[in-house]
Design a protein around this ligand. Structure first.
Ligand code: XMP
Length: 326
């Protein structure tokens, strides 16, 4: 059950945060998603902006134009210490040759931590800094080390990481959203004055496009997927379908298929489109697309992204499937 955020007393939440952090620096890793953005807004509202360090890593696994958008949004929120790190080579390098989904997640999660530790040291924030995270209730439940001892479905890098656990033991971990479900987080963001466009943005996983590229991740595949995904999302917005859908994205399958491009043979990648409805991401139904929209969008993608030869629509609910492919 979602916490009723209207009952959530903002003053109490802010006072609690301020009392815990005192004057110590607070580091928050920003993903560009709703959760960490809401935590950023909460920290900047509650604490002195000069003690809040927002760190964003461009992993090379981000959506199209994401870094520029995140930077603009955080500056608008009044961020003073905004650390935008270009880590594409490091992330793609460490993913080389890895096919297994959990190994990918662990590799990315570990690298996030290593870079974060390196930066914290470089910024001279050791040892007294607090670590803030945008963990929400669904992350806690679905990940290992969560409240329920259910089997690990996927390791979410931001839950139960060694760094976060060390900070928890020190009493220096701030997870102000850990009782809230996605919709509650959006309501809180609204109370904090965040733009509707930011709040209504579909969720995006911490490991980014890596979990939407089954098999080995390469820069070339990320670039193809970024283009296709951006077209899909742009079309959903143009067609006023975006807000009816809880989450939509494209997946680049490790499959090539034969097609025709003019009078030539084309051996392009297969793309899967995914669009689901949900209330909290714990279960999901397939979005019943008007067939015409789906056909037009697929045609547009194969026309504009020449490396994609074929488009499919994923008609799997959660359960038994999960929302992301890995
Ligand atoms: P699944 O694929 O587990 O996803 O059905 C449920 C929701 O969680 C998002 N997701 C993640 N979010 N870190 C995150 O912050 C992650 O590692 C992660 N993996 C999945 C997913 O996009 C969906 O909204």
């Amino acid at each position: 059950m979602g916490t009723d955020v209207k009952m959530l007393n903002m003053e109490t939440l802010c006072a609690g945060l301020a009392a815990r952090a005192g004057n110590a620096p607070v580091v928050l890793l920003i993903s560009g998603g709703v959760d960490s953005t809401v935590v950023a807004a909460l920290l900047l509202k509650t604490l002195s902006p000069s003690q809040v360090h927002l760190m964003y890593m461009d992993t090379g696994l981000m959506r199209k134009n994401e870094t520029a958008q995140v930077k603009a949004m955080l500056e608008k929120l009044g961020a003073k210490h905004l650390h935008i790190l270009n880590c594409e080579d490091e992330f793609l390098g460490s993913l080389k040759g890895i096919n297994d989904p959990e190994t990918k997640r662990k590799t990315i999660g570990d690298l996030f931590i290593r870079i974060q530790e390196r930066e914290v040291e470089r910024l001279n924030l050791l040892p007294s800094y607090f670590l803030a995270q945008g963990t929400i209730r669904a992350d806690v439940i679905e990940s290992s080390g969560g409240i329920k001892s259910s089997d690990v479905i996927k390791s979410h890098h931001n839950v139960g990481s060694p760094l976060a656990e060390a900070k928890r033991r020190e009493g220096r971990l701030l997870e102000p959203l850990d009782e809230l479900y996605k919709d509650d987080v959006r309501t809180l963001g609204r109370l904090l004055g965040l733009d509707e466009e930011v709040l209504r943005r579909h969720p995006f996983p911490g490991p980014g496009l890596a979990v939407r590229i089954p098999g080995e991740v390469t820069k070339e595949k990320c670039d193809i997927l970024r283009e296709a995904d951006a077209l899909f999302i742009e079309e959903l917005k143009k067609r006023s379908l975006y807000d009816d859908i809880w989450q939509a994205f494209a997946v680049l399958l490790p499959v090539r298929s034969v097609g025709i491009d003019g009078d030539r043979r084309n051996y392009g990648w297969v793309l899967a489109l995914r669009a689901i409805t949900s209330t909290d991401g714990m279960t999901a139904d397939v979005y019943p697309f008007p067939p015409r929209d789906l056909l037009e969008i697929a045609a547009l993608i194969t026309k504009k992204v020449r490396d994609i030869g074929r488009v499919t629509y994923d008609i799997s609910c959660k359960p038994p499937a999960t929302i992301e492919w890995e």
